[in-house]
Design a protein around this ligand. Structure first.
Ligand code: HEM
Length: 414
């Protein structure tokens, strides 16, 4: 059986994630890929294989337990993806440790708890739209910087009690950490800066606890150190605030681009023939905001069939976005955005199994409030640049656009 073929070097700039996934998918249930630093991994781009592996206890996210290269010291902290595999939070934990770390926070993001945030989401959206409305309608505005990025950041920072002053440093550090084209030094500087701002946040909450989730975590640490170490506290804050920053931004941005580049479908949605929930699910399927979330490891040999065997200790990289584009799952037109697609819900954009995204309800809520409000406020808006000229985010982890220049009201100057 073949366990390795010549590895494909992943495009670290994420210039064409969908095209790359289509190429890899043809290889079989998993393909050998090369990551920065000469690390080889198995990339999984098929829906059925991804779903199977995501619910298989023979796959772990804990590098400290299940990745021989890390345990043997062959991976040092200069490796650009080091922070993805060494953070001490639920995303890189396995088994009972994962349950312990997830339980600390997941209760705060149930569907009901998220729904209770609706008034804040509505309020933030209205304020952002009001400020956009002050801009000249016939000059391009960037809907990533001025809308899609702002809303999720305001919501998550408010939940965790992050002050306005701390937000720019957090935002910069997080966006550098997601950028897989960054050098090891850039990543290290970003991580240092993030840890500094989070240490300050923790110190501030210790001194003056407030009614927010960061204070709640600090309180858990203070009252029961066995439940949460200092590093787990900081890394959990980083995960929650980071996940709240990057992915929802891309859900909003990707939906905006899909609707503006499919005016017939936008028309159906605006006139109520198709619901906004369909837009959200079809965007999650066709342009999933999270592509690969590094990294998983085989706890034992896993035979995927078609002569592919993942050996114990091999790293595995599952693409949540590529699964939604699999023609085996969604038919030959899987690459097309179609809001009326009957099986649009059948995607893995929020993951599957024990690591399923606890923020899914919040992300869906933000999109369900923000998108209709944006299109109602600016019914004539259009892209200021052809869709094929929009630059993707420079990363194989996130799947979105760097900026989305829009004319909010192109006829306003006439
Ligand atoms: C559209 C927006 C979002 C998308 C597409 C998304 C996607 C994902 C995916 C694919 C995973 C699974 C990762 C894996 O199995 O390796 C995940 C996990 C996670 N997400 Fe999200 N996410 C989104 C929004 C959010 C928000 C708003 C939050 C925070 C409130 C959040 C917090 C988390 C956390 C903490 C995990 C780790 C769960 C675990 O390991 O048990 N996400 N997300």
């Amino acid at each position: 059986m073949a366990t390795s073929v010549c590895p494909y070097a992943m495009d670290l700039t994420g210039s064409d994630l969908a095209g790359e996934a289509a190429l890899l998918r043809r290889d079989g249930p998993a393909s050998r890929v090369l990551l920065p630093g000469g690390v080889t991994a198995w990339a999984v781009t098929r829906h059925d294989t991804a779903k199977r592996l995501l619910s298989d206890p023979a796959i772990s996210k804990d590098a400290s337990l299940h990745w021989p290269s890390l345990k043997d010291g062959r991976i040092d902290d200069d490796w650009p993806l080091h922070h993805w595999v060494t953070a001490k939070n639920m995303l890189s934990a396995y088994g009972a440790e994962h349950t312990r770390l997830r339980r600390l926070i997941a209760g705060a993001f149930t569907h009901r708890r998220s729904e209770a945030l609706r008034p804040q989401v509505v309020q933030h959206t209205a304020a952002l739209l009001e400020s956009l409305a002050q801009r000249p309608g016939d000059e391009p505005v960037d809907l990533i910087a001025d809308f899609a990025l702002e809303l999720p950041i305001q919501v998550i920072c408010e939940l965790f009690g992050v002050s306005e002053a701390e937000r720019p440093q957090l935002r910069h550090g997080l966006s550098e950490s997601f950028r897989t084209s960054a050098t090891a030094e850039e990543v290290r500087a970003a991580q240092e800066s993030l840890h500094q701002v989070l240490a300050e946040l923790v110190a501030a909450k210790r001194l003056a606890p407030a009614d927010d989730l960061a204070s709640a975590l600090v309180w858990t640490r203070e009252t029961d150190g066995a439940r949460l170490t200092e590093q787990e506290l900081v890394d959990t804050l980083l995960l929650m605030i980071g996940a709240g920053h990057e992915t929802t931004v891309n859900l909003l941005g990707n939906a905006i681009v899909e609707l503006l580049s499919h005016p017939d479908q936008l028309e159906q949605v605006v006139h109520g023939a198709t619901g906004w929930d369909a837009v959200i699910e079809e965007t999650l399927r066709a342009r999933g905001p999270a592509a690969y979330v590094p990294l998983r490891f085989a706890v034992q040999d896993i035979d995927l069939g078609e002569h592919v065997v993942i050996r114990q200790g091999d790293p595995v990289l599952i693409s949540f976005a590529a699964a939604g584009l699999d023609p085996e799952q969604h038919g030959p037109d899987a690459h097309e955005f179609q809001v009326a697609r009957p099986n649009r819900h059948d995607h893995l954009a929020f993951g599957h199994g024990v690591h399923y995204c606890p923020g899914a309800s919040l992300a869906r809520l933000e999109a369900a409030v923000a998108l209709p409000a944006l299109f109602a406020r600016f019914p004539r808006m259009r892209l200021a640049r052809a869709v094929q000229d929009l630059e993707p985010t420079p990363s194989f982890i996130t799947n979105g656009f760097r900026e989305i220049p829009i004319l909010l009201d192109p006829e306003s100057a006439a």
